[in-house]
Ligand binder design. Structure first.
Ligand code: DPP
Ligand code: ZN
Length: 852
């Protein structure tokens, strides 16, 4: 496969002034007629001089007819597109027309136009439009679209505003120039949950969430989240919606979470549909975040898009940053920050530490779909958070205003983005740019000394080599620090130290006693802090730190230390840790959601990552056994407090998804998980029996499965929900995720043999195949069964849906952490996949990167 490089970017030879598309829909024989007005790109002298060919992308299209200015073209397409030689192009603007035939029904890759249970829908990001018709399918070609859809289906949707409709047809016009990846079309027998929003300048916007009949009563929360997102973007970023209608469609077969197509967002139904009976608190929170994310793309992604796919983080990092801020404003900033850091470490730090490490802005790729990663998204968001911390809130807003003013309607780059910050603040961001170009997570070593009232922090940064990047020059790291007195008072409120050198010291004078430092408050930079510190000091910060993130982090550090010693030395759980946890549990002044997070132990995968980083070879089986022992020790030690918390946190009245109630349920659920270890499952059985919402039902069921019980509950769950695919996905996942290590592969295999294991549906596929990778001790079982199982399924899915197969293959990326036997077993599977004939570009790129 060909490697595409950022350094080889060239502007398009021709620009598009307008596109008209006409679809006549049929499952096997959809006709697409296109009329595209081209003109030579003034930035391409060869095109202006009439010597540049026009290259159009096109895949799996049957060309019926193509013409330029009415003259039929003789050129025949190749496997990836159509070249029209310069000699066949008129000087100046011209009209290209084509008629092609496509078969949405047989499109299992779910890219381009495809069908999901009788409904037509599209997914064009990143390069799906080329499977619909011939077009310069690149984000720097932006054009207004007019679309006519002909079909007997009752609901026919496309981007922009509806300009006309009648029986069997509809016409849409999107006046905002957009790249082809934001094109969308939906046709189906759908019903709408509708509402309205008035923008701050008085535009009346019709809001619709389109779903399959029967799902209308599960849209209210998504609609509420949409209206709050629209208001928030006006209030916080000054951004208003720009069309008369905003449509969202829920579809059951979808590779990603959702897609921000202009005026017509398409969502995986999992991230739209919710009712108390069917969705958990976490589902509600994710729906709120994703609705916001896709809506926010209207400005950061759509009005200003990316010049090329290397700039993906320009829209994704920024939009994730915006949705995280939104969720923080809607809920609790402290809790949201901790959750985001947990995700970042679990996914992005892991990625950065392995063979798949890549910069936030990659410099090359074979298949761009493989770069919709935690690095581009979550680390991309962290980089923006750092920028904001460095320049301050007010300058950040000025820079963003300038960004929207300067680049509206354009396809921009990271250079453009950094330039607005330089122009708005006068800062030089040359060094800061390394966050975009250099892969790897910096390690920040911290030592200190104190003499005569002066406290000095010595910081040292180092980033380990990553694939293709052996040298890592120092980066700008904003390190937020506070200092506490030994009595717990804060003597230095949070200050951001700006580290720019490999080694740097910062002094604090006039102190009356040696302070306790609180470092990297709010997780001010995506780095790994290394500091020799005592358990006493961590316990002190857990009890006294005024920064909620650092307080949680102190508890996290303690838990990891305890677990490391339990795993490597066979130590018993440290009593000090159990006491500290107990104090947090009993502290009613603390947000229940925060307490729940503090009670959650580091995951087994996190411990494997931690042990590996500390120079050990992690044994997943042993980590599992020792972590289970710690859970039991906590349960025994804190039984009284856990029981009291369990009672106190019960939420009376009907279920509401708000953060307050969800936090109480989270703490109650955490208590239940511990109590189940010592009461034989009694409380969990009761909770399962009376639960009137999915959150409490799943908490109970998971707790039971963790102690090897829950068979009756699983059966009753299945009996109740067998016809509800989204709920049944949870049922599938639970039995793999909570399986004992010896049962994990067998459970997964048995589930895939059921007739309702519809493996062509990405959600169902992930519910089992994704879950096995998430059960660390089960996945890394010494038999290698789970590795084989995963490889079998990747090989089977790849010819049908390469994107999802490639995504899940990343489960193998941590192979180098483990012992020689496991490394050998994983490498055998990677080799077996690599040797499969006809492997997709997606999967083959992933496998070859992992094999190194
Ligand atoms: N659907 C993906 C997202 O919104 C790609 N744009 O992030
Ligand atoms: Zn996005």
């Amino acid at each position: 496969p060909r490697t595409i490089r950022l350094a080889e970017y060239t502007p398009p030879s021709h620009l598009v002034e307008g596109v008209e598309l006409q679809f006549t829909l049929a499952p096997r024989t959809t006709r697409v007629r296109s009329a595209i007005r081209f003109r030579p790109n003034p930035a391409r002298p060869d095109a202006v001089a009439g010597t540049a060919d026009l290259r159009l992308d096109g895949e799996a299209l049957t060309l019926i007819r193509a013409a330029i200015d009415g003259t039929v073209l003789a050129a025949a397409p190749d496997a990836t597109g159509l070249t029209i030689p310069a000699a066949a192009l008129p000087a100046g603007p011209f009209l290209f027309e084509a008629e092609v035939e496509i078969a949405p029904e047989t499109n299992t890759a779910l890219e381009g136009l495809y069908m999901s249970k009788g409904m037509y829908c599209t997914q064009c990001e990143a390069e799906g439009f080329r499977k619909i018709t011939f077009y310069p399918d690149r984000p720097d070609v932006m054009a207004p679209f007019k679309v006519r859809i002909e079909s007997d289906l009752p609901v026919l949707l496309s981007n922009g505003d509806a300009v006309g409709q009648g029986p069997g047809w509809a016409e849409w016009h999107d006046p905002w120039p957009k790249p082809a990846y934001l094109f969308a079309l939906v046709a189906g027998d759908l019903v709408a949950h509708s509402d309205r929003f008035t923008t701050r300048s008085g535009r009346e916007v019709a809001l619709n969430i389109w779903v399959r009949r029967g799902d209308e009563d599960r849209c209210a929360y998504a609609m509420d989240a949409l209206k709050r997102s629209m208001k928030w973007d006006e209030d916080t970023y000054g951004r208003e919606y720009d069309l008369d209608v905003f449509n969202i469609v829920a579809v059951d077969d979808f590779n990603m979470g959702a897609m921000e197509n202009k005026g017509l967002n398409i969502f995986n139904s999992k991230y739209v549909l919710a009712s108390p009976e069917t969705a958990t608190d976490d589902d509600f929170a994710r729906i709120e975040a994703i609705i916001a994310h896709e809506y926010f793309h209207n400005w950061t992604g759509n009005r200003i898009t990316c010049r090329d796919w290397f700039q993906l983080c320009l829209k994704e990092g920024l939009t994730v940053f915006r949705d995280q801020s939104f969720s923080g404003d809607m809920r609790s900033h402290a809790v949201k920050r901790i959750e985001d850091v947990l995700t970042l470490r679990a996914r992005q730090f892991r990625e950065d530490a392995g063979p798949l490490a890549h910069p936030v802005r990659p410099a090359s790729y074979q298949e761009i779909n493989n770069f919709y990663t935690a690095t581009v998204y979550e680390k991309g968001a962290e980089v923006i958070g750092m920028l904001k911390r460095l320049v301050g809130d007010e300058a950040y807003r000025r820079a963003l205003d300038l960004y929207f003013e300067r680049h509206d309607g354009e396809a921009a780059t990271i250079e453009d983005w950094l330039k607005v910050f330089e122009d708005a603040t006068g800062r030089d961001l040359t060094q800061f740019k390394r966050w975009y170009t250099d892969a790897g997570t910096p390690h920040l070593r911290v030592t200190d000394d104190y003499r005569d009232g002066t406290y000095v922090l010595h910081l040292e940064q180092q980033t380990l080599p990553t694939p293709g990047q052996p040298e890592k020059p120092p980066r700008v790291i904003p390190v937020a620090v506070g200092l506490l007195n030994p009595n717990g008072d804060e003597v230095l409120p949070t200050r951001v130290l700006e580290m720019t050198e490999a080694r740097q010291s910062f002094s604090f004078e006039g102190l009356s006693a040696r302070p306790v430092p609180s470092i990297l408050r709010g997780f001010s930079a995506p780095v790994i802090v290394e500091r020799e510190t005592s358990a006493e000091e961590r316990a002190f910060l857990l009890a006294h730190d005024t920064d909620p993130f650092s307080r949680w982090e102190a508890g996290r550090g303690l838990a990891k230390e305890v677990l490391v010693r339990m795993v490597t030395e066979g130590a018993d759980p440290a009593p000090g840790f159990l006491e500290g946890l107990g104090a947090i549990l009993r502290d009613d002044s603390l947000d229940p959601a925060f307490r729940a997070l503090t009670l959650r132990l580091p995951s087994e995968d996190d411990m494997a990552q931690t042990l590996h980083a500390a120079g050990h070879v992690p044994d997943p089986t042993r980590i599992h056994v020792r972590r289970e022992a710690l859970i039991e020790a906590i349960a025994r030690h804190l039984a009284g407090a856990l029981g009291a918390t369990y009672s106190a946190m019960s939420v009376p009245g009907p279920y509401t998804p708000d953060a307050g109630a969800a936090g109480k349920r989270a703490l109650r659920g955490a208590a239940l998980a511990y109590l189940t270890r010592i009461d034989g499952g009694a409380a969990a059985k009761v909770q399962y029996g009376v639960a009137d919402n999915m959150t409490e039902a799943l908490q109970a069921l998971s707790a039971l499965l963790d102690i090897g019980q829950g068979a009756a509950e699983l059966a009753s769950f299945e009996a109740r929900w067998r016809d509800d695919a989204l709920v049944m996905d949870k049922w599938f996942t639970l039995q793999v995720l909570h399986a004992a290590p010896d049962d994990c592969a067998a459970n997964a295999r048995a589930l895939t043999e059921r007739s309702d294991f519809d493996w062509k549906n990405p959600n169902r596929f992930r519910s089992v195949i994704g879950a096995i990778a998430a059960n660390a001790a089960g996945f890394h079982h010494p038999s290698g069964d789970s590795y084989r199982f995963l490889a079998d399924w990747l090989i089977r899915l790849d010819p049908l849906n390469p994107q999802t197969a490639a995504r899940l293959s990343a489960a193998f990326d941590s192979w180098a952490r483990y012992d020689a036997d496991r490394q050998g077993l994983i490498r055998d599977q990677l080799a077996r996949i690599a040797a499969t004939p006809g492997l997709s570009r997606d999967l083959s790129e992933m496998i070859s990167r992992m094999r190194g």
